[in-house]
Design a protein around this ligand. Structure first.
Ligand code: CA
Length: 521
């Protein structure tokens, strides 16, 4: 049988046959731990994501190397940091010629597929089958590019809610399209809950009668940090537009979808417009927060339902017992923390991403892990789980021993982060830094260098940088040493080669004049 692969274990171990596990990566875009009840049940219940956690391991410190969509995906495929895989910011095109874990698994005899959001510009490589959204893709009625029998790409348009369509494609591939003589590796990747958070028909009115709690840092004034935290453009106060807030009807819906949409939003919007003249600025921000966060949670809810369908099918078909199910997202997200939406920062909410892994017979159900793991480790993990040698130029490390509850003694204690997308959406300055989970050192190097140091135990919300505080001198010095060590070890160029030259200093009489803000509502 092709499924049975003799794996040579260590030098003197005897040859024996092991059934290689299937690998199912269920992946979302911009889903944070604050909206996943296995991590935080205060806003939403996600019973199906929780099934994965309860049946396996929940990681509390899964950090991303570069908290932005495309780059995170490129890191996962290659097991390499952005500066080595070449995809440093959204808008880059992924070089599909390079080594990726799907290619290696395909070569090792896995049936491989990629369904849903790809978002890397180039055509997917390393997959027997793919059907992907074009770029970001819409929430409704998406055109999708797929691999035809002869290997060439074609496009077809679907009707329906994108989350449901990706689930249907997933079930169809599992049931009918995969090569059943081989183990499989399937990446099923959602657009949801990416901006602008359009709920599916089933959940348009869900949570209408609820008030979602505001996070502790919702009204942050950005004192105590560098200019970077103040000069972004991702506040709920000013930067959500009328499409984000559903004050406009979305485009691309068919008449039936439009009717359902309007039945849900028209009355809510009319009530807001009527009340608005008498509302204070703070009341309007609070309203925006509720509108924004509820739509985000509604999108998550549809994903959770879909995961339930997939898990049920794995159970019914008997596949569950030999399938590793991984749930993760490309990065974390701000659900109002620091007054923000979006991601990008090395601060905790966007540095972390959810990671749940269920591996029957290997990972103890209901286990919780606090080691520093990363999206950099996924490729290595999938290869190791499949018995494929992990290439030496990958920069992460297989989580297989961690999943067995046997974290190696020399597991990483410090983690390097690097964000590049400036100038760019939401104006977050370029920065890099290190964290060991107790302290975090960040260098914003967009203008002149600005440093921040956080004591995460005393200040878990990262409100007051202690950089330059003499009582932290030793910690600051040791974190700087760690930063230099890791930059060298990870082959980070001394100067960011992707940074545009700094503008020349000039006398500008208009320098205090702010660009006009797009009105949000
Ligand atoms: Ca994302």
């Amino acid at each position: 049988m092709k499924r049975l692969l003799p794996i040579l274990l260590a030098t003197c171990a005897p040859l024996f046959a092991v059934e290689r596990p299937n690998i199912l990566l269920i992946f979302t875009d911009d889903h944070c731990e604050q909206a996943l009840s296995a991590y935080d049940p205060s806003r939403i219940t996600t019973p199906n994501m929780d099934r994965i956690a309860n049946g396996g391991m929940r990681f509390n410190r899964a950090y991303v190397t570069n908290s932005i969509c495309g780059p995170s995906r490129a890191v996962i495929l290659t097991g390499k940091y952005s500066h080595l895989n070449g995809f440093v910011r959204n808008g880059n095109t992924f070089n599909g010629e390079q080594q990726t874990f799907p290619k290696l698994l395909q070569k090792a005899g896995y049936s491989t597929a990629m369904l849903g959001k790809w978002h890397l510009g180039s055509t997917p490589t390393g997959f027997d089958h793919y059907e992907v959204l074009l770029g970001q893709g819409p929430y409704y009625n998406p055109p999708m590019k797929f691999r035809q029998e002869d290997g060439t790409p074609a496009t077809r348009k679907h009707t329906g809610y994108t989350t449901d369509i990706i689930i249907d494609l997933t079930l169809e591939w599992l049931k009918e399209k995969r090569d059943k003589d081989k183990p499989f590796m399937l990446m099923t990747q959602h657009k949801a809950p990416h901006r602008n958070w359009q709920p599916g028909p089933k959940y348009l009115n869900w949570l209408d009668d609820k008030t979602i709690p505001e996070p502790a840092t919702m009204w942050d004034d950005y004192e105590g940090r560098t200019s970077a935290a103040r000069e972004q453009s991702m506040t709920i106060r000013k930067h959500l537009n009328t499409n984000d807030l559903k004050l406009n009807q979305p485009r691309g819906l068919n008449p039936e979808q439009t009717a359902k949409w309007n039945a849900a939003y028209a009355a809510k919007n009319a009530a807001f417009e009527k009340a608005k003249p008498t509302m204070s600025e703070k009341e309007i921000i609070k309203w925006k927060y509720q509108r924004y966060v509820k739509d985000y949670l509604r999108c998550v809810k549809s994903v959770d339902d879909g995961i339930g369908e997939i898990l049920d099918y794995l159970d019914e078909s008997g596949l569950a017992k030999n399938t590793i199910v991984i749930y993760s997202s490309d990065q974390g997200w701000y659900l109002g923390e620091h007054g923000w939406f979006d991601k990008r920062w090395m601060y905790e909410e966007s540095l972390k991403t959810p990671l749940l892994v269920r591996w029957p017979g290997v990972t103890k159900p209901g286990s919780v892990n606090n080691d520093i793991v990363s999206n950099l480790d996924y490729a290595e993990t999938f290869l190791a789980a499949a018995g494929v040698t992990v290439p030496g130029d990958m920069q992460g490390r297989s989580l297989v021993p961690v999943l067995k509850g046997e974290t190696p003694k020399d597991w990483r204690k410090v983690f390097y982060y690097h964000y590049y997308e400036f100038p760019g959406a939401h104006s977050v300055a370029r920065h890099y830094g290190v964290t060991n989970g107790e302290h975090k050192l960040i260098n914003f190097y967009q203008k002149e260098e600005e440093w921040e140091l956080f004591d995460l135990k005393k200040d878990p919300n990262e409100l007051k940088s202690v950089y330059g505080d003499s009582s932290y001198a030793d910690i600051q010095a040791s974190m700087k040493r760690e930063l230099e060590r890791l930059r060298k070890e990870l082959k980070v160029p001394a100067v960011d080669p992707t940074r545009p030259p700094r503008p020349r200093k000039q006398n500008n009489n208009n320098k205090n004049k702010k660009p006009k803000e797009k009105k949000a509502s």
